[in-house]
Design a protein around this ligand. Structure first.
Ligand code: ATP
Ligand code: MG
Length: 232
């Protein structure tokens, strides 16, 4: 069998002696798949995604990304370079004074030229309808604006796989639709943790659900409309 882009193989995670959050969860993400990760608040969605990039390490099971087993901190350096991780909290993502600097940070770190980075920043902001935000002070943006800029910062790196933790949280309908429109054009595999069924109806090729520490394939979901969102 071909190696998966991401394989979380029977991973478990405990936040303390009596706090098992994930119990032998297996998630396999193949090329071009868009996996919707659903589950109630506190079910462990963010925790699961953090295991894939080594922000947290499993207490059991194994993590394979880009065909290699990843265990130590240095194994994850390459993973983080090649993976776009949208944090649930935009304040964890944005740390530069201005929007342009935040969006440029990743591509500059990848060693691209200033001219190329400038072009990427302009194009990425334009795609998310954030033209004119370049010199805005990041920490003074609204929650929804920060969400969009954080997504721009992730997409600007043109990562091979995207792990998106609540990409539309706090966004109005127009901004959420824009995010879906942009993500739908991308060829990359994605894992999308969300409570937004409308988003998943448009993007996800399949869904998995976390409940009581276990991860299971979700059967055919009920359709949702933007006005009457079904929470997942
Ligand atoms: N640093 C931590 N220390 C202890 N417990 C934690 C820590 N971080 C998360 N938890 C707990 O682990 C569980 C899973 O949290 P997680 O953030 O992964 O859930 P989630 O499914 O992403 O929830 P949400 O839908 O609210 O984003 C929760 O019960 C949470 O309280
Ligand atoms: Mg979460």
């Amino acid at each position: 069998m071909n190696k998966a882009l991401i394989l979380l193989d029977a991973v478990s995670f405990d936040f303390g002696p009596d706090r098992r959050v994930l119990d032998r969860c297996t998630l396999r993400v193949e090329r071009a798949e868009r996996v919707g990760l659903v589950g109630s608040n506190g079910s462990g969605k963010s925790t699961l995604m953090k295991l894939a990039v080594g922000i947290l390490r499993p207490t059991g099971g194994k993590v394979e990304v880009f065909g290699k087993c990843r265990m130590r901190e240095r194994d994850f350096h390459e993973v983080r370079r090649r993976t776009g991780f949208l944090f649930q909290d935009s304040d964890d993502q944005l740390f530069c004074p201005t929007v342009a600097e935040d969006v440029a940070f990743g591509p500059l770190n990848l060693g691209l030229s200033r001219e190329k980075v400038q072009q990427i920043v302009t194009e990425t902001l334009a795609a998310l309808r954030l033209r004119g935000f370049e010199e805005r002070i990041t920490h003074k943006l609204s929650g929804g604006e920060k969400r969009m800029v954080a997504l721009a910062a992730v997409l600007a790196m043109n990562p091979e796989v995207l792990l998106l933790d609540e990409p539309t949280a706090g966004l109005d309908d127009v901004a959420a639709a824009r995010v879906v429109e942009v993500l739908a054009t991308l060829p990359q595999a994605m894992v999308i943790a969300t409570h937004d069924s409308w988003l998943l109806d448009r993007l996800a090729t399949r869904r998995v659900r976390l409940a009581h520490g276990r991860l299971d394939e979700e059967s055919e979901p009920a359709p949702a409309s933007r006005s009457g969102c079904v929470l997942v």
